[in-house]
Design a protein around this ligand. Sequence first.
Ligand code: SF4
Length: 352
Amino acid sequence: MNVEALRAALLHWYDAAARDLPWRVGPREHAAGVRADPYRVWLSEVMLQQTTVPHATPYFLKFTTRWPTVGDLAAAPDADVMAAWAGLGYYARARNLLACARAVARDHRGVFPDTEEGLRALPGLGPYTAAAVGAIAFDLPTNVVDGNVERVMARLFAVEAPLPDAKPELKRLAGGLIRDHRPGDWAQALMDLGATVCRPRAPLCDRCPVAAHCAGLATGAPESYPRKTAKAERPHRHGAAFILTHGSRIALVRRPPKGLLGGMLALPTTDWRATSWGEAEAVGAAPAQAAWRSVGEVEHGFTHFTLTLRLLRADVDVSAASRDLIWTPRRDLDALPSVFLKAARAGLSNLL
Ligand code: SF4
């Protein structure tokens, strides 16, 4: 493979076709000496590990409007940040986000370290994010490899070893393409290629700037890369969620600080287990005695398992219910994590 020709083709394409992203300094401004704000780069990278650009963008704008600097975020109350994160999923990341912001504010006077090692030493900042912030914000020649870059490498080099075993090989191949020339633009060009052209299911090879260098395309079936080993099925769990209402208010609880959805507001639920909950059994575990009615169920997919929640609803007298309940106006339910928002909406509407 002619690495220099491939690099020139991809950077040339990036100069013309770079995505316009709210955290990005585009290639033209970058060439004129404008540097990306490390805070914005870091925040966007943490959010993008969860979700897609269209889903992350409103969150990014909300965070940076409310907390324009890492010092502002560091000073924010935990509950405000967790509530603003709701809907992005994987809440451990929101806790790590705060820990990292506070370390930058406290230990580095609000300035992100400008080396990969310094970034890596920040709490909750993993090797991928350190490499990405290093490349994009500081123009360091780091090797920024996520699932998109792995896919592009597997196709460019027609790597036959399946994922996840192929990961070290894919990283090594990506590393072989890095030079000191424009490392930040290079990292972002690869990201854009993976997101807009070398897409997971249907790569747009006829529009690809590096098609002439692609061994996967030469096989005639580039979409069959990366090879994958058969996936184990995600386990399934069952629970019951209780929708207690009183007038225009609904009862929520705060989940314990550790574990899945730790520290987040939630509907009261039973344990989540492998076998389903019968109605009578679920009523026995309810947080209040009331005339419970079954109002359907919802399914939700987490990273490591799927969940079916049986929904039970009742109107209750606040004084007869547990004191641990947080009575919340229904219009404020948007601060709930997706699984509980979905359950609350279904439970409230199914009875109408
Ligand atoms: Fe991906 Fe197709 Fe480009 Fe190869 S030619 S890098 S498979 S889009």
